[in-house]
Design a protein around this ligand. Structure first.
Ligand SMILES: NC(=O)c1ccc[n+]([C@@H]2O[C@H](COP(=O)([O-])OP(=O)(O)OC[C@H]3O[C@@H](n4cnc5c(N)ncnc54)[C@H](O)[C@@H]3O)[C@@H](O)[C@H]2O)c1
Length: 392
């Protein structure tokens, strides 16, 4: 049997999807999931595979050198580092945990990979390290790093450390940088699960600024397939961009959700923008497509419908995750931004905004009056739980 793959941060959104993907696609795999279970780490995410003999969970912190050495000295075939503090808004409140986990933790994993001759190291990084784009163009692997948030700066620093270990020590490492993921098991501080959960409960959805920030969306399973390909076949020392070729403004995405879930546009609330909010990300994935034959497969609308259905049909998962920690965070982040008054949309006078204003008025007209306005919003226990974004 092969030596285990160490997956760090396997109880989070992408890590848990990746572990399930590996167990489904590789009968000979052996996985150790190393996760310290921060607020974003959830053992429920893998309860269905917890008894699989090919899988083992070990609670541990990647920034704890002794714990990492202990697991590495037992012999590993690969380290795949998903573990991170991953939410931009949290990094704006306090960047310290981001520096510790994302930079120091990566350094400790790299040292362990070196010390115990782990034959492969994969760093899971993000499009956000490239900074923000204008209205056209896309990031390639040659785009200079220009991170704009403490989160993306910590991820860029980790990428630089990986690069330096390849160059200086010959460490067999590879880096992937992916765009915005969506799919099941995502902690609901990030935009998509938060919006889905709020809309399913007839609660408003807070859209940052003018809602015109653009993200490139990819289904998490497509991301997992790309990681699997890079881990097995990617060239040492290389970076591979991964994108969904699916650019959407946050407002477009919100409108699509409203249409699918059949809720009125009056649930949109425009709230004060995130400081330093990057305007546009877009990934050029030509390299991984041409070199490794990977392509995103899941059409966006189809993936979105399936994702909505997933959250809708998992009331227990949702109830368990809406813990005190989550609510406390939302209160701090959005409590004052979300008003309890009937939602009002704010538009400036541009033609695009006039079009939106018209579309919203139309959508209000199309709904029975009672549904448009709804009952006067009460102050439910979780109402003030606000929005978030994925890191980015
Ligand atoms: N979510 C996205 O859209 C996206 C896009 C591109 C890249 N990424 C990157 O992918 C990785 C996973 O992202 P995610 O969205 O699944 O994050 P997540 O926040 O859902 O999960 C992070 C996981 O890491 C664990 N963790 C945090 N600190 C740790 C530590 N010190 N030691 C051990 N475990 C620790 C948490 O408990 C959690 O299980 C991150 O590195 C992120 O930067 C995410």
């Amino acid at each position: 049997m092969m030596l285990p793959v160490l997956v760090t941060g396997g109880c989070g959104f992408i890590g848990s999807n990746f572990i399930r993907y590996l167990l489904e696609t590789d009968p000979d795999i052996s996985i150790v999931n190393f996760d310290c279970l921060t607020y974003a780490g959830n053992l429920d995410n893998l309860s269905d595979v917890a008894r699989d003999p090919r899988y083992r969970f070990l609670r541990g912190d990647i920034a704890d050198r002794r714990a990492v050495r202990e697991v590495a000295e037992t012999g590993l075939s690969t380290i795949i580092n998903f573990a991170a503090e991953s939410h931009v808004d949290r990094s704006i409140h306090d960047s310290s945990p981001f520096i510790r986990t994302n930079i120091l933790g990566t350094q400790i994993l790299l040292d362990a990979a070196r010390e115990f001759n782990v034959p492969r190291y994969l760093q899971i990084s993000t499009d956000e390290v490239y900074g923000s784009l204008g209205p056209t163009g896309a990031f390639t692997e040659a785009t200079p790093l220009a991170p704009n948030s403490p989160y993306s700066a910590s991820k860029a620093a980790a990428d630089m450390l990986v690069r330096s270990y390849v160059h200086t020590f010959g460490l067999p490492a590879v880096i992937t940088r992916c765009s915005n993921n969506y799919g099941p098991y995502q902690f609901p501080e990030k935009m998509l699960p938060l919006f889905i959960m709020n809309l399913l409960r007839d609660e408003p959805v807070p859209v940052y600024g003018d809602g015109l920030n653009v993200r490139d969306w990819i289904h998490v399973r497509d991301h997992c397939a790309a990681i699997d390909r890079v881990w097995r076949e990617g060239r040492v020392g290389e970076v591979y961009n991964i994108g969904g070729r699916c650019e959407r403004t946050n407002l477009d995405l919100t409108n699509t959700l409203l249409e699918i879930i059949a809720k009125p546009r009056s649930l949109i609330r425009f709230v004060r923008d995130r400081p330093g909010h990057d305007r546009r990300y877009a990934m050029d994935s030509t390299k991984i497509e041409q070199e490794l034959g990977w392509r995103p497969r899941i059409p966006f609308e189809e993936g979105l419908r399936e994702t909505i259905h997933w959250y809708e049909s998992r009331p227990e998962w949702v109830a368990n995750i809406r813990t005190g920690v989550y609510l406390k965070y939302y209160e701090r982040q959005y409590g004052r931004r979300l008003s309890d008054r009937a939602p009002k949309m704010k538009f400036s006078g541009s033609p695009a905004n006039a079009k939106r204003r018209h579309a919203n008025a139309k959508s209000r007209r199309e709904l029975p009056k009672s549904k448009v306005r709804g009952p006067k919003p009460k102050r439910p226990k979780v109402r003030r739980a606000g929005a978030g974004r994925r890191a980015g």
